[in-house]
Write a protein that binds this ligand. Structure first.
Ligand SMILES: Nc1ncnc2c1ncn2[C@@H]1O[C@H](COP(=O)(O)OP(=O)(O)OP(=O)(O)O)[C@@H](O)[C@H]1O
Ligand SMILES: [Mg+2]
Length: 466
């Protein structure tokens, strides 16, 4: 049981109608994936109003639906029992707050321009040996994702891990005030979704809203390698926070990497985490992942988890689909390695992926090949940010570069040794023909560039072996 219907009704100030169950087993906002015995919340989505799917939710096993009063007379089909509230999203928020109020879990909130989901998943893995962990599903980090994750938190959870994102100022603040974390971290501040902001400093300020909801005596975790580290510390102090813990590669960091050795599909490091010396193997490659892991291990220590077990658990981390997942595939002349970074891209994560490619081991005659697509939503300096990647490509010794998209023209001009096309469609066949034994190919672009199509094609023709 997740909630008794009585407790839910009390928390949301709901009126009950129909033949009520005693309790619900979960919370859903999607009638297609609702599980048996779960409560369906008919929230307003980007495209549809959830009230249109109340009957579907009931038909698919939903125990009860939470609907707004002004929809009750308009609901179609067999609705099943209803909990009637003024407005569904605020009701979900109230239930989330009730979940937080009844919880004894140590709560960790994660924000940042990149690395939120990666870090949240690593926390889930690191904390698991120390107790039951409740964490956000996927990237459920917005105005409905955060209250949904809260409302789903079981009363007996020992740890709660919440991803919190934003596109505008004043978005994080109300969300983190519901979450009330004991530990709040900013993974890194960078030029992402610059659209709503004049500058990256503006993004830093908005990310620092994560400290607004910190519990008394809570800890702020800040990236010591971030260019805006001092600025973020100042924001935290201005909000009255005195427990500030830093992580990263800097010698001064409280949780720091002492020595990092990168291998093709993992990395090994020695670290000092709040005074504890550790040797850690991380099952997913990349310097950026190792930096995130420092934040993870610092959080584990601060949350009272078993640090040694957390460190050991990092060996089982795997790269996530579209975010560094690797495949060994067949080219006509023999096996090559594909690094799938197709999920998204911005200058920071693009540089991290290029570094990952540079650190990958190529076999004899093999080449390091980068396929890069437009990084979207970068605002007026977008062309410059694309062009600036030329220095990284040269410095890192990438052997061959394919570029897709109108924004990538700026990089093509600076790095004329590259092959450019307006869409990935035009590059799929040439890339597939070019591949040979021993190559490592990394493909990365913003989601809208549809690099998944390239990945799917390569997986199709290359019959994955691992
Ligand atoms: N510390 C980091 N520095 C640079 N790049 C990183 C870092 N951590 C993760 N990345 C890369 O950034 C990309 C996005 O990672 P992730 O999905 O974890 O971010 P997110 O903040 O959850 O994004 P979203 O806002 O889409 O939810 C991936 O390609 C990942 O490999
Ligand atoms: Mg995410």
């Amino acid at each position: 049981m997740l909630w008794s219907v009585d407790d839910m009704a009390k928390a949301m100030d709901a009126r009950l109608q129909g033949d009520m169950p005693d309790c619900v087993t979960g919370i859903s906002i999607d009638s297609r994936t609702i599980g048996p015995g779960e409560a369906y919340f008919a929230i307003l989505g980007d495209v549809h109003d959830g009230h249109k799917f109340v009957a579907a939710a009931h038909g698919n096993g939903g125990a009860v639906s939470v609907v707004s009063a002004d929809w009750v007379d308009r609901l179609e089909g067999e609705t099943g029992p209803l909990m009637i509230v003024d407005d569904v999203l605020p009701a979900l928020e109230k239930l989330g707050e009730a979940a937080r109020a009844r919880s004894k879990a140590k709560i960790i909130a994660v924000t940042g321009s990149v690395g939120k989901t990666t870090t949240k998943e690593a926390l889930r893995t690191a904390l698991a040996p120390s107790g039951t962990v409740h964490a956000s599903d996927k990237s459920f980090n917005n105005h409905w994702g955060v209250p949904l994750t809260l409302a789903r938190m079981p009363q007996q959870a020992d740890f709660g891990v919440f991803e919190i994102g934003m596109n505008h100022p004043n978005e994080i603040s109300p969300l983190v005030k519901m979450v009330r974390p004991h530990i709040a971290m900013i993974t890194i501040v960078a030029a992402v979704h610059l659209g709503a902001f004049d500058s990256v400093d503006g993004i830093a300020k908005a990310k620092a809203e994560i400290f607004d909801g910190l519990e008394p005596d809570g800890h702020a975790l800040i990236n010591a390698d971030d260019k805006r580290f001092d600025m973020q510390v100042a924001f935290a102090r201005a909000k009255g926070i005195s427990n500030i813990v830093s992580f990263g590669e800097a010698k001064t960091a409280d949780a720091r990497i002492e020595k990092l050795v990168e291998h093709g599909s993992c990395s090994c490091l020695t670290a000092t985490v709040l005074g504890h010396d550790m040797v850690v193997k991380i099952g997913a490659p990349g310097r950026h992942i190792a930096q995130n892991v420092m934040a993870v291990l610092a959080s584990c220590e601060l949350a009272g988890a078993d640090l040694a077990k957390a460190g050991l658990a990092m060996a089982s981390l795997g790269a996530v689909k579209g975010r560094g997942q690797q495949h060994i595939l067949q080219s006509p002349s023999g096996p090559y390695r594909l690094i799938d970074e197709s999920y998204n891209a911005n200058p920071t994560s693009m540089r991290a992926a290029l570094a990952l490619l540079a650190a990958a081991q190529v076999k004899a005659r093999g080449r390091r090949i980068a396929v890069m697509g437009d990084m979207l939503e970068l605002g007026p300096t977008s062309a410059q940010m694309h062009a600036d990647l030329a220095e990284d490509i040269k410095k890192l010794g990438i052997d061959k570069v394919y570029l897709a998209g109108p924004e990538m023209k700026a990089l093509h001009k600076r790095f004329t040794n590259s092959i450019h096309a307006n869409t990935i469609d035009d590059l799929i066949a040439p890339i597939a023909q070019d591949l040979r034994e021993g190559d490592v190919l990394m493909a990365k672009a913003s989601f809208g560039m549809n690099f998944a199509k390239l990945i799917d094609h390569l997986l199709d023709i290359g019959a994955s072996e691992s």
